[in-house]
Design a protein around this ligand. Structure first.
Ligand code: ADP
Ligand code: ADP
Length: 228
């Protein structure tokens, strides 16, 4: 489903963030991306939703060569990929409902379907009763759950998360992890960069460690492997 072959990424300032990545991720896997700061984790993740393009090498997602996509084809890729960030990135002037509905409105879903689907995913993340609230009226954990609802509302095949619990306290982080596990149980591939040793060592999944732009470890039910 995701295949990277000899992927390199050098930024315009000359910094090489990825140094020959080879990896295959199957549909339905749950993968943690770990490694020190500056190792290339975010760059690895950004390639998958085409925030950045590889300098060299190829990247296939569902048999499509993402490195070759034309700009106008990128939105179609993004429909199949939900993205979740550490800082939530909700639209502050839109309600919870509107933040989630937005993703469906841009693809011109019929309004009746939008309403049903938005309430269904808000229910899934436990926020149905807060549909009319605005982001600044919610706790960090609730805001992250809205961003999860927004990421899955299109039923993407892949959900990518860059440090989704980085701004949350431990209890809230476990709640968010339960939501990810549920999404994964429905068959969605999850790729999550994290610095949480506790999470990786407790909820055992595939672990890919990146250091200096290279995969240095790839283990089924692996450990975090760093001190903190
Ligand atoms: P991580 O997520 O593991 O901290 P990143 O992928 O963010 O790693 O960064 C890898 C390297 O690439 C770092 O040296 C970082 O400074 C550099 N880098 C990241 N983004 C950019 C950018 N837009 N322009 C230039 N250098 C960048
Ligand atoms: P439906 O019978 O509504 O088509 P699905 O099999 O698509 O149901 O989904 C079953 C449950 O999983 C529903 O609660 C739905 O909201 C949720 N769900 C659907 N797609 C995803 C997804 N990509 N990620 C997480 N949950 C999903």
């Amino acid at each position: 489903m995701i295949l990277m072959k000899d992927v390199y990424k050098t930024y315009e300032n000359g910094v090489t963030a990825l140094n020959g990545i080879n990896v295959e991720i199957e549909q339905g896997e749950f993968v943690y991306i770990v490694g020190p700061s500056g190792a290339g984790k975010s760059s690895f993740i950004k390639l998958m939703y085409r925030e950045i393009k590889p300098t060299r090498g190829t990247l296939f997602i569902s048999n499509k060569d993402v490195s070759e996509l034309k700009e106008k084809e990128v939105p179609y890729l993004r429909r199949n990929i939900g993205v979740i960030f550490q800082d939530f990135r909700l639209l502050p002037k839109l309600s919870v409902y509107e933040n989630v509905a937005f993703a469906l409105e841009v693809i011109e879903e019929p309004p009746k379907n939008i309403r049903r689907r938005v309430m269904e995913v808000l229910d899934l993340v436990g926020l149905k009763s807060k549909a009319r609230f605005f982001p600044n009226e919610l706790s960090g954990g609730e805001q992250q759950r809205v961003s999860i609802a927004r990421a899955i509302v299109n039923r993407p095949k892949i959900v990518i998360a860059d440090e989704p619990t980085g701004n949350l306290d431990p209890d809230t982080s476990w709640e968010i992890m339960r939501a990810f596990e549920e999404i994964n149980n429905s068959g969605t591939t999850i790729i999550m960069a994290t610095h949480s040793k506790e999470i990786v060592n407790t909820i055992k999944k595939r672990v890919i460690a990146i250091e200096d732009g290279l995969i240095v470890r790839d283990e089924h039910r692996g450990d975090y492997g760093y001190e903190s």
